[in-house]
Design a protein around this ligand. Structure first.
Ligand code: BGC
Length: 530
């Protein structure tokens, strides 16, 4: 009897071996790469383009950026857009995610004047991509807010929801016939919590009380209004999809007792920007609403620092999604702050309000830039968290990638990062049943990396910033990614000198385990037969 059992087990395991070796992505799974307007376009004052908050901030004070550079020329994509299409095509991308500069389209920030040159520029880009079979995925607002709107309070002014809707209307009316995938706002968590609280990014408002929470509400309203404009006027005709890009840092409990705290931190970071849109009841995550109301009272406020939604506002926001746009880079572990310990340092996840410490796990690798701690399992957990909380929503990974100090063409660290995060994504799809529909590398090419300028490289393509032609050259990671796309599989060789290649090259970490089990099973079969 035990022999029969062994045979059955052996067959099962052998079958799993074959299935396990299959690192294929599901049919229809799409691959792309991303950039954003301020980071690549340059041409900051060409034609009638208006000024945005990054132009203003960095013209006044370029020393805010690590290497004193600014985005005035960047990759010069305003003039070299053909090059961008060329490299996207060379990679075999299914889609290219780029953003539109609000003030290139509406120089005053408002719809009193639409720039013909601005409209033409994106027409050329969109048409050029489509002619090469690359789908354009367009972000309406990627950090570069019109200065005119910032002068009126920017994202802390509730009227911004209508100003954003006016801008969205102009953009949709020009491109909705060809652009079928849209992202309204990139990373509201960074916009609000880094831009209107700690003053890390433009407009660098440092206001620890209300700024980020007002912004939080207004980005949601702005997104919802834009989504509804598309839904009412274009969805029926063009069948496109609209989402907002959130960027959760995966937060893991340090120990089992910290699970409740970690869950609150997740809801504080990502739930505040997602629940009002994706949850079935709408509105803020209830636990965060309560936390903020209690905490605000303790601070002497007669009201919650987290603004309320009217029932009507809740309804406007709720359900305004066609997929979940996920930008993911890194993870932290969460534990309560000890007596006398300052909570933090990740302002974005309510460390103060939760009296929590968010830190790197000692076993996780820290990249060249300590804010990116590498924990590939984090993406799988984050995907599962979103899947569970938001009713199995389909997820498009709209950013993932590694920043390095070196501009080495043999970018082994980036290759390993992309490999390992994709492997965990595959596990989320195959083992956990998550509905992930595509993956985007940040970034197509090196570009202006905000406060790090050109000191931080994210590109599959190296860009020579000393060359007036900004020559784009593929790194090893570009060849690797191209191969993944070509074979629709992660089971492709890694072009690297890294010792880990030996482990990964022919069999990745999942498959090597299966091979061992398979060999063991084969042994069983052989001993049964003879
Ligand atoms: C942003 C990009 C940025 C990237 C790397 C994302 O948060 O959307 O603009 O370049 O991270 O830091």
């Amino acid at each position: 009897m035990w022999r029969l059992k062994a045979v059955v087990i052996s067959f099962t395991v052998l079958w799993t071996t074959c299935v396990g070796l299959d690192m294929k992505f599901p049919p229809g799974f799409k691959f792309g790469a991303a950039t954003s307007a301020y980071q690549i376009e340059g041409a900051w004052n060409v034609s009638d383009k208006g000024i945005n908050i990054w132009d203003t901030m960095l013209h006044k004070n370029p020393s805010l950026v690590s290497d004193g550079t600014i985005g005035d020329v960047a990759c010069n994509s305003y003039h070299l857009w053909r090059e961008d299409i060329h490299i996207a095509h060379e990679l075999g991308l299914h889609f290219y995610r780029f953003s539109i500069s609000w003030t290139r389209i509406l120089p005053t920030g408002f719809p009193n004047k639409v720039s013909k040159d601005g409209i033409n520029y994106y027409n050329k880009l969109v048409n050029g991509l489509i002619s090469k079979g690359i789908e354009p995925i367009v972000t309406l607002q990627h950090f570069d807010l019109p200065q005119s709107i910032q002068n009126l309070g920017g994202w802390t002014n509730p009227l911004i929801a209508d100003w954003f809707a006016d801008y969205a209307r102009v953009v949709f009316s020009n491109y909705a016939d060809r652009v079928k995938s849209w992202i309204t706002i990139n990373e509201p968590l960074m916009v609000c919590d880094a831009g209107y609280n700690v003053g890390l990014l433009a407009p660098k408002v440092t206001e620890p009380w209300l700024g980020s929470f007002l912004c939080n509400k207004h980005v949601l309203m702005a997104h919802a209004k834009a989504w509804r404009i598309y839904d009412e006027n274009y969805k029926g005709k063009y069948h496109g999809k609209v989402s907002i890009a959130n960027n959760p840092i995966w937060l893991e409990a340090k120990s089992e007792e910290d699970e409740e705290l970690a869950e609150l931190a997740r809801q504080f970071g990502v739930g505040r920007y997602s629940d009002p849109i994706y949850s079935k009841d709408g509105g803020w995550p209830p636990a965060i609403e309560k936390l903020m109301s209690d905490y605000s009272k303790k601070q002497g406020f007669p009201y919650s620092r987290l603004p309320t939604f009217t029932e009507e506002e809740k309804k406007i926001i709720q359900g305004t999604y066609d997929y979940y746009s996920l930008n993911h880079y890194t993870s932290r572990v969460v534990r309560p702050a000890r007596e006398g310990e300052e909570p933090g340092p990740w302002y974005v996840s309510g460390s103060k309000e939760l009296n929590a410490i968010l830190e790197a796990h000692p076993r996780w690798r820290v990249s060249d830039f300590k804010y990116i701690v590498i924990y590939p399992e984090g993406i799988r957990r984050q995907i599962n968290w979103i899947t569970k909380r938001y009713n199995n929503v389909s997820i498009l990974i709209t950013e993932n990638g590694l920043g390095t100090k070196s501009s080495d063409m043999h970018d082994t660290a980036r290759i390993n990062y992309i490999h390992d995060y994709l492997e965990q994504t595959l596990l989320a799809i195959k083992e956990d049943g998550a509905n992930v529909i595509g993956y985007t590398v940040w970034s197509l090419m090196d570009n202006f990396e905000w406060m790090f300028g050109h000191t931080m490289k994210f590109g599959l393509y190296n860009v020579d910033f000393t060359d007036p032609l900004r020559k784009r050259t593929p790194r090893a990671s570009a060849h690797f990614f191209k191969n993944i796309i070509k074979h629709h599989s992660l089971d492709v060789p890694r072009p690297s000198h890294d010792t880990r290649e030996i482990k990964y090259n022919n069999a990745n970490s999942i498959s090597s385990l299966y091979i061992l089990i398979g060999l063991f099973s084969l042994g069983n079969l052989v001993s049964y037969c003879f």
